[in-house]
Design a protein. Sequence first.
Length: 412
Amino acid sequence: MREATLHSAVRNEKLSTKQGFLQKLFAVWFDAFVYNQIWEDPRVDLQALKLDRDSHVLTISSGGCNALNYILESPKSVTAVDLNRYHIYLLNLKIAALRHLPAFDNFFDFFGRGKGTNTGPDYLRCIAPNLDRETREFWESNTFGGGFLYGQRISFFRNAGLYDHSRNGYFLRFFHRIAKLIGCDPEQVLKASSLEEQRQLYEKHIDPFFDTFFIRTVGKLPITMFGLGIPPQQYDELKTGLGDGKTIIDIYRERVRRLACNFPIDENYFAWQAFARRYDLENRKAVPEYLKNENYEKLKANADRLATVIGSATDVIKNSETGTFNRFVFLDAQDWMNADQMTELWSAVAEKAEPGSRIIFRTAGAASPVEKCLPKELLSRFTYHRAISEELFAQDRSSIYGGFHLYSLERS
């Protein structure tokens, strides 16, 4: 049933069409461990959500980082939901590690460093006994090929490290190798001490990557973007911003330039993951808030406020009591949906959420699809905070999206 739900969420075109065939391929690809971290900036989220002690958050999980970042704000509750059960298994591992590991350094080895000499014993002694059966089976098993190459998934934390694994990790690893082969070295930009130096290092070590024949050819293929978790319909949305002779490669170039040049590199952990496949382990400034030592005790104290669900956000909202949630984080899910699916989701929010509830999401293109896809009567229930959305989008350090959108629910 869960597999069918995941496939139906990804596929909304007939298999006989080119788009339907690509969606089917993506559904198979996505039914795996895709993200080892989340790619949405929680600083932007928190400004939009305005969490307080009465906030009940429903968020799509992805790698689970932001669900943990949110509980640092001490909301009443955070519920992380994901159709991809593997992402929930990662977050379940993080929660059990947070609750049961003896100290911050043990926790940081797992999810900051991504590996450590004691992660195996720590897992067996402290974490494994406190996992549900399905989560434990996931981490103590692997696919046939993965098992042959790496052993159990929990061994990710002992060999190359968590951030070299997952579909997203393999994708980044592959393109890093291509970059080195063609004479580019993205990691060099991390040595910059100013924004000006970041721009200089970007021009020297990253920008030429986009001019190579290989990238200009392979980068245009929708299937190439599967490694970033981008389905065919989102790829099409990405192309809606093309104009004035632009290609999809130009969009990639613009967004990587923004990631490399627009924000101080010493604290932009998204850039560190993109360009080095790791966090800053020396200064530990370019790490998510949930991985900072000064936040560890508060994180542990608030751990019981976080719950996980394998399923769709739409179903969770529809099956909840009225007023259960008043903050909604939909990541980039609107790009995955057709008009009917989007209407079902927003109808559930309008029916079950309280007035003043806040909803955020990101899109591959600049425009909000909600404006054209929802029936007028339903759309009138929500206020689109366009100016704030644009202001916050400009602050988003991850830089991989084309738009950030904030809505609030008004009275009926």
